[in-house]
Design a protein around this ligand. Structure first.
Ligand SMILES: *Cc1c(COP(=O)(O)O)cnc(C)c1O
Length: 390
């Protein structure tokens, strides 16, 4: 076996390896330069190796990496304060990934219902084509056959309804229902935006039936859509929210945030994570928040997002293979009439990273620090690829 065969083949990998990154740019083993319009799948929101985050990680690594949650972690307390100051939440639980954040949210929802006299309410309504992770509970929450196939029996307690259809949620409610879990914009299924008012309707339904509203902001959070949290484009606040991808600029970290009323159902011993919220990850996340909020990165996202989408719309004007473009902030998609895999592969060959979702959609999640110049360059590469292929 060669080295690559020593890795379980869970990924269809492109035959390229990056050795260095700076801002929106990456360099591979041969020294070729790439424009990264995917940012580690929405992780490197401040670009590659943002100096302040890199410095914070270096400094913390030399001081204290890990201690465990048996002891107080002041950096974790500071991070919880900083995160809850950005939104509805009062308290945070820290873990290491999006799936774990959703696991925490699912457990918290069940426990909350138990604690409030509804032991039979354990079911969570989720949306078709949503994505919530790959652990047994989160893949069971993920209403996509390709994620679930082969891993049955699924964890009980999830009901699937059409996305963007509040009446479908209402119809799915039973005496067993505990909560509603959705992404404010579906990321993995190709940047699918619901209609205005969708979250408001879900909030009203949840309130009317005594359910918890859980928002999965793992991909849409941390400034991706131009607000710190995507749900802040609406007038709604959830009871629980999950975050991960961009939280610590690539140091693995997730969090489950909740109101104190709901969070009170987690008491000592009910949930835990060995690594969750260790000093290294917290230092990275605190530096990330600082750059995002205090250095004005977030403030620039709406204009940059509009600029990118205008460019993509311009492309649609003369590229007949483009069926539609959509997005919010710097979360964008180009839906093609065909050949999407080939387009993504040829873009990579020409030095542009983006992803192909659901076989039909090119997804872009560039660093929030991207420049207009870099947007021009990336869109020009896509333009040339579309011209040469079709
Ligand atoms: C990526 C993602 C997850 C899973 O996160 P992992 O860190 O891979 O476990 C969950 N929900 C959404 C919306 C995501 O985009």
């Amino acid at each position: 076996m060669n080295d690559i065969q020593c890795i379980m083949s869970t990924y269809g990998r492109n035959p390229v390896a990056f050795t260095r990154g700076e801002g929106t740019r990456l360099w591979d083993e041969e020294g070729r330069e790439y424009l990264d319009f995917l940012a580690g799948i929405g992780v490197n929101n401040l670009g590659h190796c943002p100096p302040k985050v890199t410095a914070a990680i270096r400094e913390q690594a030399g001081r204290l990496i890990h201690t465990s949650n048996l002891y107080r972690i002041p950096l974790q307390e500071k991070l919880a304060r900083r995160l809850t100051d950005t939104c509805f939440a009062d308290q945070a639980f820290f873990c290491n990934s999006g799936a774990e954040a959703n696991e925490a949210a699912i457990k918290l929802t069940r426990k909350f219902m138990r604690d409030h006299g509804h032991p039979s309410r354990f079911e969570i309504i989720t949306a078709v084509h949503g994505f919530h992770g790959r652990t047994m509970a989160t893949l069971s929450a993920t209403a996509q056959e390709k994620v679930q196939r082969g891993f049955e029996p699924l964890v009980p307690g999830f009901r699937y309804v059409a996305f963007n259809d509040p009446s479908a949620v209402e119809k799915a409610i039973s005496p067993y229902t505990a909560g509603i879990l959705v992404e404010p914009i579906q990321g993995e299924s190709g940047v699918r935006l619901p209609d205005d008012g969708y979250l408001e309707s879900l909030r009203a339904i949840a309130d009317q039936h005594g359910l918890l509203l859980i928002l999965d902001e793992v991909q849409t959070g941390m400034g991706r859509t131009g607000k710190f949290w995507c749900h802040q484009w609406s007038s709604v606040t959830p009871d629980i929210m999950t975050v991960a991808k961009g939280l610590a600029s690539g140091v693995p970290m997730g969090a489950c945030l909740a109101t104190s009323r709901v969070a009170a159902s987690f008491s000592p011993g009910t949930h835990a994570s060995t690594f969750g919220g260790n000093p290294l990850a917290c230092a990275a996340a605190l530096a990330t928040l600082e750059v995002l909020l205090d250095d004005g990165v977030l403030a620039g996202v709406p204009d940059l997002g509009q600029y990118l989408r205008d460019k993509l719309d311009g492309l649609k004007g003369h590229q007949a293979m483009i069926h539609a473009t959509r997005g919010r902030g710097l979360m964008a998609a180009v839906e093609l009439k065909g050949g999407t895999e080939e387009v993504a592969a040829m873009c990579l060959n020409r030095g542009l990273l983006l992803s192909c979702q659901m076989g039909t959609t090119l997804r872009m999640l560039p660093p929030l620090t991207i420049t207009r110049d870099e947007i021009d360059q990336g869109v020009a590469i896509l333009d040339s690829v579309l011209s040469d292929l079709f």
